[in-house]
Design a protein around this ligand. Structure first.
Ligand code: MV4
Length: 444
């Protein structure tokens, strides 16, 4: 049992975690860089400790600084959020050894799912569908033989990569000969691990991910899927739940296997199992993410379950008893970024005027307010607009209405609301036929 949680993150997710802690009667400690002293998470926490300069390597990614803040504040748990140190098994292990509770999966489990080859093996064992390809790391000559057997195009991926890092599309044998050694060197220098594996390249897939929560008593709950295909360069922009492309039978089949997968891993806390779905509706396991994700609110809106609160309760060792999980209606999240809606270039600045939407079926998660200066050092996410509707059509209409109410203005400041408006007018998106190539195709 713990009483005081150090929030090892910033921005909207730090605010989200503080809110959940407060509702459970837990004290909170914010950490912040010099660039974040005016952020809402600093104001909302019971205590706040400055951990260094704006550069994340010297603040939010600096393990000794976080551990010093933990010791000074006498907090007895750490909430990692997403990004930064959230999936770093070494950090989780250091927190565990300090005697504080890491609010996430055990460090050994983070290490297992961080190794994509290990994760694939476990997925195969429980009967999750895999893309044709290797489930072992490959030498160059093995890769050549495998590729000519399964046919081009193929992808080479780094065993320690993930989330789009260390992945390369290969169209023919000549390209494989050229790129394989380069990919190996890059993986070695980026991850300290040159192991590579190879898969058939799935054309025009949808990105579908299943949310799970698992307690320390062996209960695993699968909270349905999210469709996250509206992305650019691996940055998601719009996510929704449920996916119109997933039938109840397919959802049930994948959910069963996802639960087995989590049990086999000894997984605890919240997590996400990621798939590609091809044009025929076939699913292929990609990887597991051992953290809360930016897009968790769409699942919260359709299930009524507070996922962050469950992370805290699970970490306290409580047994989670949920009634049968049902998805009701449709929820869509729009990431409001301080960036140019056409070029996607970051465009931070002072928020001189802020008008947030409200009313039925509208949720805003943000750390910003009128008068707040968005620092240029971190990712450009400044708010998440999440809408709910009884039907997808109602959710889309509500999204258009909410985006019309939303005003974020300031000198030099640009936000991507017009990007979202354009998507909301697009026939392919309205009909739910979009795949991961949508944004790039929309831009031409
Ligand atoms: C793939 C793929 C096509 N075929 N694997 C990129 C992120 C990582 N989690 C998996 N990724 C992909 N793996 C095979 N065999 C295409 C992607 C991919 C992608 C996946 C999800 C969302 C956006 C993407 C953008 C480009 C490539």
């Amino acid at each position: 049992m713990f009483k005081k949680v150090l929030i090892a993150n910033r921005g909207e997710i730090a605010v989200r975690a503080i809110r959940a802690c407060r509702e459970l009667g837990l004290k909170t400690v914010a950490v912040y860089s010099e660039a974040d002293k005016n952020s809402l998470h600093v104001e909302l926490a019971d205590e706040a400790i400055c951990i260094g300069p704006p550069d994340p390597a010297r603040s939010y990614l600096d393990i000794p600084k976080i551990m010093a803040a933990l010791e000074v504040s006498k907090a007895d748990a750490v909430y990692p959020g997403y990004g930064f140190l959230s999936e770093n098994p070494k950090f989780a292990e250091i927190v565990e050894r300090s005697g504080a509770k890491f609010i996430g999966p055990r460090s050994e489990v983070l290490a297992k799912i961080g190794d994509k080859v290990v994760a694939k093996k476990v997925a195969k064992k429980v009967g999750l569908p895999l893309v044709p390809g290797s489930d072992e790391p490959l030498e160059f000559d093995q890769a050549l033989r495998l590729a000519s057997r399964i046919g081009y195009p193929v992808v080479i991926k780094a065993a320690s990569g993930g989330g789009g890092r260390g992945i390369r599309i290969i169209h023919n044998e000549k390209e494989l000969r050229e790129k394989f050694p380069i990919a190996r060197k890059e993986a070695q220098s980026a991850f300290g691990d040159g192991r590579l594996y190879l898969e058939k390249y799935v054309l025009n897939p949808k990105h579908i991910e299943f949310q799970v929560v698992a307690d320390e008593h062996g209960n695993v709950y699968v909270l349905g899927e999210r469709e996250c295909s509206i992305q650019r360069r691996h940055q998601k922009l719009i996510e929704e739940a449920p996916s119109v492309a997933v039938s109840p039978e397919k959802r049930e089949e994948i959910s069963q296997k996802v639960a087995l997968f989590c049990k086999e891993l000894g997984y605890t806390s919240a997590g996400t199992v990621e798939f590609l779905m091809d044009e025929e509706g076939n699913f292929y396991f990609m990887e597991m993410n051992g953290r809360i994700q930016v897009e968790h609110p769409v699942t919260e809106m359709v299930t009524g379950i507070d996922i962050v609160k469950l992370q805290l309760l699970i970490a306290m060792g409580e047994e989670i008893k949920l009634p049968k999980v049902e998805m009701r209606g449709y929820a869509i999240e729009f990431r409001i970024n301080a960036e140019d809606p056409d070029t996607f270039m970051p465009s931070p600045g002072l928020i001189e005027r802020l008008r947030l939407p409200g009313g039925p079926g509208v949720r805003i998660d943000t750390h910003v307010y009128q008068g707040y200066a968005i620092p240029p050092y971190y990712d450009s996410l400044i708010a998440k607009l999440v809408v709910w509707g009884q039907t997808r059509q109602e959710a889309l209409a509500r999204a258009r209405r909410a985006l019309d109410e939303l005003k974020i203005e300031g000198k030099n400041l640009k936000v991507n609301t017009d990007f979202h408006r354009r998507v909301l007018l697009h026939k392919e998106f309205i009909e739910g036929r979009h795949d991961i190539t949508f944004v790039e195709r929309m831009l031409v």
